[in-house]
Ligand binder design. Structure first.
Ligand SMILES: [Ca+2]
Length: 245
């Protein structure tokens, strides 16, 4: 009897152990499944976090590259501006030096002209200094050819008045008289030439002149205005020469 009871007890014990073992296995499986579920739930978030970090890192890298490129760009622009500034400074310096040289040159020219004017005012007796020339206003009357020869004999030339400044300078001396000037009709029709061979480039002809009335081939200054006249006419004359220069 005792043996039978012992056996029953052993059987019950064995069944309980088996039940317990089964319960343990069941719990372990459940825990594994739960862990898997949690792992599945956690994986997307982990991936999202990882992706976000990668994106941020790329953005930071791109920003750094952009800043570096901008830095290089600023260096290049600054270098170009500096180079341009230095070139402009050098150019302005050259221009300033050139302007100084020009001003000094003009001052020297003025000083030379002033000196020449003073020297050239030393005209022979009976000659009148006007500008850089000496003029002789004759009191005797000659034909145009004789007047020309007389001027040459005096070391001068029958006056040639090539520009307005000279004509204006002589205006006061010519207002009250008639004088031969060194202008004669050329062989070419309509052309006039000065005694030095130069062509006419400036004139103060009287209104209606030259009219070439009765073969008038020589020019006179009549009260400051020019008129063509017969060369054999007897008129006072003007000689002109450089002074002592
Ligand atoms: Ca005339």
């Amino acid at each position: 009897m005792k043996s039978k009871e012992r056996k029953n007890i052993q059987d019950r014990t064995r069944r309980n152990d088996k039940d317990i073992s089964d319960d343990v296995y069941v719990n372990v499986d459940e825990l594994n499944k739960e862990a898997e579920l949690k792992a599945k739930e956690k994986t997307p978030k982990t991936m999202e976090v990882s992706t976000s970090k990668t994106t941020r890192a790329r953005l930071i890298l791109a920003a750094l590259i952009f800043l570096f490129i901008m830095f290089l760009f600023l260096i290049v622009i600054t270098s170009l501006l500096l180079k341009y500034y230095l070139a402009m400074s050098e150019e302005m310096s050259h221009q300033k030096n050139h302007e100084n040289v020009k001003q000094n040159f003009l001052q020297d020219i003025k000083a030379i002209n002033k000196t020449l004017e003073i020297v050239c005012r030393t005209c022979p007796s009976g000659w009148k200094p006007i500008g850089l020339f000496c003029y002789y206003f004759s009191t005797d009357a000659l034909s145009w050819d004789n007047a020309k020869e007389e001027c040459v004999r005096k070391g001068s030339a029958l006056a040639f008045l090539k520009n307005k400044d000279e004509t204006d300078a002589l205006k006061a001396s010519l207002e009250n008289g008639r004088y031969w000037i060194g202008l004669r009709r050329d062989t070419e029709p309509g052309k006039w030439k000065w005694v030095d061979g130069s062509v006419l480039s400036h004139s103060t002809w009287k209104t209606g002149e030259p009219n070439n009335l009765l073969n008038e081939n020589c020019a006179e200054s009549a009260n400051g205005y020019w008129n063509d006249l017969i060369c054999e006419s007897k008129l006072k004359y003007i000689c002109k020469k450089w002074c002592c220069c």
